[in-house]
Design a protein around this ligand. Structure first.
Ligand SMILES: Nc1ncnc2c1ncn2[C@@H]1O[C@H](COP(=O)(O)OP(=O)(O)OP(=O)(O)O)[C@@H](O)[C@H]1O
Length: 250
């Protein structure tokens, strides 16, 4: 059952095309979708089906070719680039596929600096960053640079950076792809907790069963269209429910 309140993100007839030379590829072909706060929503689907494009449009990182995106009651199409940047800074946390860490910053600095640009200053930013790194299991690696961290540790720094400012909206593209069993499950639980305890909107692209097991809702995209949209009880997927969506993925 859907929560009885306003969606945090509403996409109406969203389309996105990319043109290269004489060829235009229609990647999203008319997506209408509501995403709710207090839930962890997962987008699954075959490679190239448009999942990351959908995430980028829902988060305001990319503009749609057609259609409308209303996030937290704001029509993103009405924001210029500067206002869009401010909106994202204020409300959004991101975990990107490539982690996007700065080579010259320690793990702690990667998390502290963005915090200082948003809500917190000085020791509050430092404390918040340390707490976030502790939550992802990196309390003893705060002084290390990206080149001194494993792939999974870098990914956890990226997750810590995204959660540190306690965002109302968290967008994550394959946030557990580099993680072992224990750390993958830890991040999945944490994202679920962020949605449920902090009433955040958590929207992830992933094929990871650990995330699917913790998701409230799983949306499947194929060839730019939604082909399935199912809810399930977190950590207790129903037979034939969202788990089966994954089994048909490549
Ligand atoms: N900036 C771009 N310019 C041109 N084509 C693009 C661009 N971004 C995405 N595409 C194309 O759009 C299609 C969908 O890409 P997208 O990254 O959304 O897929 P995906 O479902 O997330 O795939 P994967 O699971 O492999 O990451 C792909 O065919 C890709 O080549």
């Amino acid at each position: 059952m859907r929560p009885a309140r306003a969606p945090s993100i509403a996409l109406s007839s969203v389309e996105r095309s990319f043109t290269s030379g004489a060829i235009t590829a229609r990647v999203l072909k008319g997506i209408t979708l509501e995403i709710w706060p207090g839930e962890m929503t997962l987008i699954v689907g075959p490679s190239g089906s448009g999942k990351s494009t959908l995430l980028a449009i829902a988060s305001g990182l990319m503009r749609p070719s057609a259609g409308r995106v209303v996030t937290l009651g704001v029509d993103l199409g009405c924001l210029d680039d500067r206002a869009m940047d401010r909106f994202r800074l204020e409300h959004c946390g991101f975990v990107f596929q490539g982690f996007n860490l700065f080579v010259a910053l320690t793990a702690l600095e990667q998390v502290v600096y963005p915090l200082q640009f948003s809500t917190r200053r000085g020791s509050a930013a430092d404390l918040g960053a340390r707490r976030a790194l502790e939550v992802v299991g990196l309390a003893d690696k705060t002084h290390l640079y990206p080149q001194e961290l494993s792939g999974g540790e870098k990914q956890r720094v990226a997750v810590a950076r995204a959660i540190a400012k306690d965002p109302g909206l968290l967008f994550a593209d394959e946030p557990t792809s580099a993680l072992d069993r224990e750390n993958g499950s830890r991040i999945a639980r944490m994202l679920h907790t962020l949605a449920h305890d902090r009433d955040a909107t958590v929207l992830c692209v992933s094929h990871d069963q650990r995330l699917i097991d913790h998701a409230d809702r799983v949306i499947r995209i194929e060839d730019g269209l939604i082909t399935a949209d199912e809810r399930h009880a977190p950590a207790a997927p129903l037979a034939g429910g969202p788990r089966s969506l994954l089994e048909t993925a490549p």
